[in-house]
Design a protein around this ligand. Sequence first.
Ligand code: G16
Length: 546
Amino acid sequence: MAHDEQILAASQKHPIKPLDKGQLYKYGTAGFRMNADLLEGVTFRVGLLASLRSRKLGGQAIGVMVTASHNPAVDNGVKVVDPMGEMLEQDWEKFATALVNAPSDDDLVKTYNKLATDLKINLNIPAKVIYGRDTRPSGHTLVTALAAALDATKTEHVDYKLLTTPQLHYLVRATNSEGTPMSYGKVSEAGYYEKLATAFVRAMKGKKIEGQLVVDCANGVGGPKLTEFLKYIPKDKVNFDVKVVNDDVLRPEVLNLDCGADFVKTKQRAPPSPKPRPGVRSCSLDGDADRLMYYWVDPETGFFMLDGDRISSLAASFIGELVEAANLKDSLRIGVVQTAYANGASTNYITQHLRLPVVCTPTGVKHLHHVAQGYDIGVYFEANGHGTVLFSNDALSTFKNTSPQSPAQKDALDTLSAMADLINQTVGDAISDMLMVEVILAHKGWSLRDWAMTYTDLPNRLVRVEVGNKDLFATTDAERRLSSPEGAQEEIDYEVKKYKDARSFARASGTENACRVYAEAATRSEANELAERVARIIERYGGGGL
Ligand code: G16
């Protein structure tokens, strides 16, 4: 049964807008992301893709998240989630791109049917898609377009309305694993909170959290969701004193504005509002609560940030110690995955001090996640605070089935099991990661200052460079080198050689209309200078600044 007429009629109501200068829409680092005005037709077409994907996978539920995460409020985005809560399989990104770029409604129907034929998809079997959105007002229009595509293709759908991105990932996995031995949790938002709260209490057994934690929610969906989650923690079991700030979701224009994880990471300072209280442990989420940054303002030395690299090394060291205490060091392989943005000092600390292998992948959690799955325990974080820790099924059954020979070994096994439930296994999750950090600090009896002492970051700088055409830039070697335009990499190499312990690279962002330049060097002023010089090269090769 084809859906030609229904798709044609519905598509006319949610038309695609052609891009300037014949450019094409692209499934980027995290799906389609751009000014929300361009996205209605895109989201409709992503709905077609999601229904095809569900049918291809025997009717399993596919997720669609409408969010532009760290981007400004005027942007929005749409991305697809696979049945186990992972990002859409990369082979399918080109099918999404083909549907979205079909020039007319007739072409769209042809492309849809061609994909069904080529991929041997039976259009008569049931399909299911579940979806959610962040707090951006444009989300309403976009989910309406999405639902129209799902109706046109006779796809069952569930609208979970406002969610953090990781909650949607959780719900996709919970839906598809329901009633199986691998059930991931109850299929509801409350089920997510219950799972996290129960695991948090187990992981905190016998430990205490020191002082207050101030959480900046970027004025995004994480604010109300964190407030809701906190109600699930039994006060008599864990005393977790959290002050939620920047949780205004009623004024859309303040989303990610001068606050949030991306602001903290790129500006390397605390959000100006509310005025930071010296010495207080603080963290920031981003607009859809999948990234996390810790920091405090020291009364003597000023602002200090603990980013994704720090969270990664903290998690790897703690889990490594637990695995050792559980006597499982020889049976479980632990690995760490980073991107080129990882500070060189963190990579050295992990390889030399923790003695764990590190793999570098291109930007985008979809890449890191995939590599981390190759380990029994795979720790992956991007420097921007996006990441998680994955436990293989083998690791999980080892924690459960090992008979402890001592109380210490039992404690380690219990804590490992609790951590595996606490840490979101589908995608980086700022709320779950925050709980993980709090557990580790409590177990180690550490303040943020103690955590910061583990190693010294190389001074670094990240610059956003607007260019005429970012598509001119292509990379190689896990984005550490430019393969085009010709000559640009040689110029970068020439600049890098002038500085001690320096490293720099440039790449086109997959979520913003800009390039990013990263530089590291022995001193702060050298890192800044190198970043500026490389930024000028990129501007010149990219067709001039805008
Ligand atoms: C998304 C991706 C991240 C990526 C970030 C920036 O984050 O999920 O993996 O690091 O974009 O990507 P790019 O440098 O290509 O713009 P988020 O939090 O915005 O969804």
